[in-house]
Design a protein around this ligand. Structure first.
Ligand SMILES: Cc1cc2nc3c(=O)[nH]c(=O)nc-3n(C[C@H](O)[C@H](O)[C@H](O)COP(=O)(O)OP(=O)(O)OC[C@H]3O[C@@H](n4cnc5c(N)ncnc54)[C@H](O)[C@@H]3O)c2cc1C
Length: 449
């Protein structure tokens, strides 16, 4: 096989193990360089007047990059960090250093896919090597599954039927990496670490988990060396508690772990400790992620569309004051406030919490669901385009939910999941409760009585 001067572009696959795209590129390279491009658009206000990259996400990303950079250094390589418009930065590097081959993991998000299409067009002489590194199944396996007409249950039954197996993790012999391709990315807007550092959270905020492949592998090992997987189904709906759910999502979102590595560890746990409803349910939730992953690919840019998969948009309005109060955790609903304050302080919220606050924004506050999704995108350390936007569509009633949207009774949820007010008090959700609106429909100030 011919070998080429190669560039590997890391994105949401920040790991060296079970990285299909990386493995494929390594096997076809004489020399190789590694790059990560901070997309400047993530730091600019978007359509929803928010930046995509918030401080918690950024902190987690920087930790992951530091870990990856350390691992590459130990192998005699370097991770080049650039900042700018990804299509331009990558084109410039390829042109400047006569790169013959570019490797990347297939992204699922529409914007990222458009960027890669542009790169294929602009760099028509360059070879491209890409793979689906972050899914359980391959594109081949999913072909023929009509995701827009399959509900999640139909999808799950379909993939659970043999021979729809999850393939084994790929083993790349990293000790035998091609030699480093010396490139100088200084002229290509080297990531401005001072600028990025200013966006970081204050030192007193404790991260839920530390980013990076090493931390992810340690967490995986630790999670499956205790009994938590055998009780997952009973605890997964709790509002709080580190052990109550797996906490794999931040690592999956940024690619510190692959879904197949978790799948393999789960099967191994079952082989030793026995399978039960709980261990099955961890796989069940990973299938939700998988379903949304391929569905997002099918939906393309419609995943961000107000009317989602429906023919008419939902009945809603945009009330800036309500939205601000929701973001700050300052609504008349203590449980919603507690969840939002937890999100703002840590960049994480339980699945139950996410469902409750999303339902509140859509149903009680009547705000356009996309603003909530964009706020989650900014805050969540586990932000993942597919899981986030599809779950929001689902709750707003414009997605794949056969029941047509979810409306959670907040008082009942508080009674069931926080009967002693412990969670609400912990996050001061009941402090300074105020009414939803300070002005009436005619813009007159509402009186205090
Ligand atoms: C409005 C809303 C927005 C969400 N945004 C995101 C997001 O941006 N990124 C994200 O990873 N998850 C998102 N979720 C799904 C879910 O809340 C998180 O995956 C979960 O809370 C992460 O914690 P965990 O790893 O402990 O999950 P666990 O309960 O331990 O689940 C194991 C894994 O299964 C997957 N999973 C679980 N529930 C879901 C689900 N409903 N949809 C898709 N995958 C799921 C995740 O990869 C998770 O790590 C969202 C849910 C809602 C309701």
């Amino acid at each position: 096989m011919s070998l080429y001067r190669s560039l590997f572009c890391f994105s949401t696959d920040l790991r060296l193990t079970d990285n299909l795209a990386l493995s494929a590129l390594i096997s076809r390279s004489s020399d190789i360089a590694f790059v990560f491009v901070f997309d400047e658009n993530s730091f600019k206000p978007n359509y929803f007047q928010q930046t995509s990259m918030g401080k918690h996400r950024l902190a987690f990303l920087l930790q992951s990059l530091e870990d990856l950079s350390g691992q590459l250094n130990a192998l005699g390589h370097k991770l080049h960090l650039c900042y700018g418009e990804p299509v331009k930065v990558i084109t410039d590097i390829v042109d400047a250093f006569n790169i013959e081959q570019v490797g990347y993991s297939q992204p699922v998000g529409w914007n990222e896919r458009v960027s890669w299409q542009k790169l294929h067009t602009r760099l028509s002489e360059t070879r491209f090597v890409s793979q689906w590194s972050n899914s359980l199944f391959s594109e081949e396996q999913i072909k023929g599954v009509d995701l827009t007409s399959f509900s999640f249950s139909q999808f799950r039954r379909h993939v659970e039927a043999k021979p729809f197996a999850v393939s084994k993790c790929c083993q790349t012999w990293l000790g035998d990496l091609p030699q480093p391709l010396m490139i100088d990315t200084q002229p290509f807007q080297q990531a401005d670490s001072d600028k990025l550092a200013r966006l970081l959270p204050h030192p007193e905020t404790t991260p839920l988990v530390l980013g990076g492949e090493k931390s992810a592998q340690a967490h995986l090992l630790n999670y499956f060396s205790q009994s938590s997987p055998s009780t997952y189904k009973a605890t997964r709906n709790e509002l709080d508690g580190f052990e109550n759910s797996t906490k794999f999502s931040p690592f999956l979102a940024i690619g510190n772990l692959s879904a197949r590595q978790i799948w393999a560890a789960l099967r191994q746990y079952e082989a030793i400790h026995g399978a039960n409803d709980s261990t099955y349910w961890i796989g069940f939730e990973l299938l939700w992620r998988e379903y949304f992953h391929w569905l997002t690919l099918t939906l393309g840019k419609h995943v961000f569309r107000f009317k989602g998969m429906k023919t008419t948009p939902p009945l809603t309005c945009f009330l800036p004051e309500r939205f601000t109060k929701w973001c700050q955790g300052n609504t008349p609903f203590p449980l919603v406030n507690a969840c939002m304050k937890q999100l703002n302080a840590t960049g994480y919220m339980s699945n139950r919490g996410r469902q409750i606050v999303a339902s509140c924004l859509v149903n009680e506050l009547r705000v356009d669901w996309r603003y909530g999704a964009a706020y989650f995108e900014h805050q969540l350390i586990d932000y993942d385009v597919a899981s986030n936007w599809c779950n929001w569509q689902y709750i707003a009633g414009v997605g794949v939910d056969p029941r047509g949207g979810r409306h959670f009774n907040i008082a009942k949820q508080a009674q069931t999941y926080d009967p002693n007010n412990r969670f609400i008090q912990l996050w001061q959700g009941d402090k300074d409760l105020c009414s939803l609106d300070s002005v009436d429909a005619a813009d007159w100030p509402m009186s205090a009585e």
